[in-house]
Design a protein around this ligand. Structure first.
Ligand code: ZN
Ligand code: ZN
Ligand code: ZN
Ligand code: ZN
Ligand code: ZN
Length: 319
């Protein structure tokens, strides 16, 4: 019995010790260290500041350590998270560059006012020229002046093409504009006028001067006592014309009529009657008209021209 009692006493002692050890300790005071806030940026979230007490291995969201954080990782993703800010309204960082017909352009570069985020600045392909329109009309070449092709140009820029010189055409093969006119003895002629079929160019038309008569003489046929003679005359074969003078100024219109008219040399007839002197037909000379042919008293000092009675034999050969 004593042995059992001892055992009970031992057990009780153990229990006492155990209870003594289990008695309330002195109250714990947190000693927390702060983790600074991580600020959010435009694109990344941040984390609020928090505190950690090593003594009790506990996180708190306040410096006074009254708001305990059960799971730090969960808190960082939820209550402790500071949402990303997002970019500000974008502002122009670089102005747009307009494309031209031949050079590429760029869109404006727009950027965040808080960070270096940008967008835009894309290349805009060169536009190429518009359909070409006529800037200067073509100038037609003529026979003697050069022409030009039309100048065609872009409606947006000053690009042009064309305007090439077109050589002068030169005259066409010349055709007869007016026929040649032959010169005659008395009238001028002309060479043919030849001209271009496209313009009014002509050449030729050169005056060919009248070449004048070229007459041959038909000698005088003397009269006899019974037959009439014919005075000398001149004939131009080129114009088939007869003249009564060597200078070809007195034209004979009808040679046959002339030979028995103005060109006739009358037959001398029978031996002249001394009582009827002169060619004047034998009328009695009028002393009051000294000009009467053959009628005036012959001047002894002068050869009595026209007095057939006296001078016929002497002067006829010279006539
Ligand atoms: Zn603590
Ligand atoms: Zn930003
Ligand atoms: Zn252009
Ligand atoms: Zn021409
Ligand atoms: Zn002639």
């Amino acid at each position: 019995m004593k042995r059992i009692l001892t055992l009970v006493l031992v057990l009780m002692l153990v229990l006492l010790v155990a209870v003594a050890c289990k008695e309330p300790e002195a109250p714990h005071t947190h000693s927390a260290t702060k983790t600074e806030q991580v600020n959010a940026t435009c694109t990344a979230s941040g984390v609020k500041a928090y505190w950690y007490c090593e003594g009790c291995t506990t996180y708190f969201s306040d410096e006074a350590c009254t708001a305990k954080i059960d799971s730090i990782d969960a808190w960082k993703a939820a209550d402790g998270k500071i949402a990303a800010l997002g970019h500000t309204t974008l502002v122009e960082k670089t102005a747009a560059v307009a494309a031209t017909c031949t050079t590429a352009g760029k869109t404006a570069v727009m950027g965040c006012e808080r960070c270096d985020y940008t967008e835009g600045g894309a290349e805009v392909a060169a536009l190429g020229h518009t359909a070409l329109v006529e800037k200067t009309p073509a100038v037609a070449a003529t026979c003697t002046t050069a022409g030009k092709t039309a100048v065609m140009g872009c409606e947006r820029c000053d690009y042009t093409e064309g305007g090439a010189e077109v050589a002068a055409l030169g005259h066409t093969a010349l055709v007869e504009k007016s026929p040649a006119v032959a010169a005659t003895c008395t009238t001028d002629g002309k060479t043919a006028v030849m001209g271009c079929e496209r313009c009014d160019y002509t050449e030729g038309g050169v005056v060919q001067p009248a070449f004048g008569h070229s007459a041959t003489k038909t000698a005088q046929v003397d009269a006899t006592a019974t037959t009439d003679g014919v005075k000398a005359y001149w004939s131009c074969p080129a114009c088939n014309t007869h003249f009564s003078d060597e200078a070809c100024t007195a034209e004979i219109e009808d040679l046959d009529a002339w030979k028995i008219g103005d060109g006739k040399i009358p037959a001398t007839g029978t031996t002249p009657d001394p009582d009827q002197p002169g060619e004047g037909g034998g009328e009695t000379p009028d002393p009051d008209q000294p000009g009467g042919e053959g009628g005036e008293t012959p001047d002894p000092d002068l050869p009595a021209a026209g007095d057939d009675d006296i001078v016929n034999d002497e002067f006829a050969p010279a006539a």
